[in-house]
Design a protein around this ligand. Structure first.
Ligand code: C5P
Length: 236
């Protein structure tokens, strides 16, 4: 499955495994993974590096947002994020960036800055885009929309394992509370809140293995393709 203009969206709450799933789906279908969270993280990193205090972000002029030099470069099945022409990597996942990104994501100018970045890459290559508003705001006409969920405890457990931290009951509870607060911020913000797209395929992954959840999406995409990619609404 290749081709520019082809879009699969995967939205869902924090820790639902969207990014790793989207990358695996992109590899299987020979598409390119667009990790929209990395873009919000990159803008956050740029402002932290520039030393602009967080309390001032909301008031920044549109020109400042426009001047931030953020680009995407496709390679294999994913995009690299470039800030000032230089690739950024693990710094995007630092605790400082993770903590400040939800605040930035609630600022209308920040979201506006990223609309074209996301839509323009999808004109060049077929994408599997993951985030919070991919199917609702950025790609409302996507060929396939998926909404991934899992129980809060399961998401907390997976997050701890992913970060090589012990997943004992106390730590799971603590992590679950952190995730719950991030979900609340994303679901209650005024602009582009996390919502299930009305026409999404919903997959609860609590009882699924990683491979099973990837396969469900790949199967749904192939079914859509065999319908001529014109079908909208629920499949499977
Ligand atoms: O998915 P990830 O944790 O990398 O996203 C970082 C932050 O960016 C999230 O906490 C969320 O607030 C925000 N985000 C968003 N809309 C998206 C993707 C991410 O608001 N489409």
């Amino acid at each position: 499955m290749t081709g520019s203009g082809l879009v699969i969206t995967i939205d869902g709450p924090a820790g639902s495994g969207k990014s790793s799933t989207a990358l695996a789906v992109a590899r299987k279908l020979r598409l390119t993974h667009l990790d929209s969270g990395a873009l919000y993280r990159a803008l956050t990193l740029a402002l932290l590096r520039a030393g602009i205090p967080e309390e001032e972000w909301e008031e920044l002029d549109r020109e400042i947002w426009e001047e931030l030099d953020l680009r995407l470069e496709p390679e294999d099945s994913a995009f690299h994020v470039l800030l000032d022409g230089v690739r950024v990597g693990p710094e995007l996942r630092s605790p400082e960036v993770t903590a400040a990104a939800p605040r930035l994501a609630g600022i209308p100018e920040a979201r506006r800055r990223l609309i074209d970045v996301q839509r323009s890459v999808a004109e060049e290559v077929g994408v599997v885009a993951d985030g919070r508003d991919m199917g609702t705001v950025i790609f409302p006409d996507a060929n396939l929309k998926v909404f991934l969920t899992a129980s809060l405890r399961e998401r907390a457990r997976r997050r701890l394992l992913q970060e090589d931290r012990p997943a004992d009951p106390d730590r799971i509870e603590e992590e679950a509370e952190r995730i719950r607060l991030r979900d609340e911020t994303d679901e209650t913000r005024e602009i582009s809140p996390l919502r299930r797209p009305a026409d999404s395929v919903d997959i609860d992954t609590t009882q699924l293995t990683f491979d099973e959840q990837v396969d469900r999406i790949v199967d749904a995409a192939r079914r859509r393709a065999s319908e001529g990619l014109t079908g909208r609404g629920r499949v499977g």
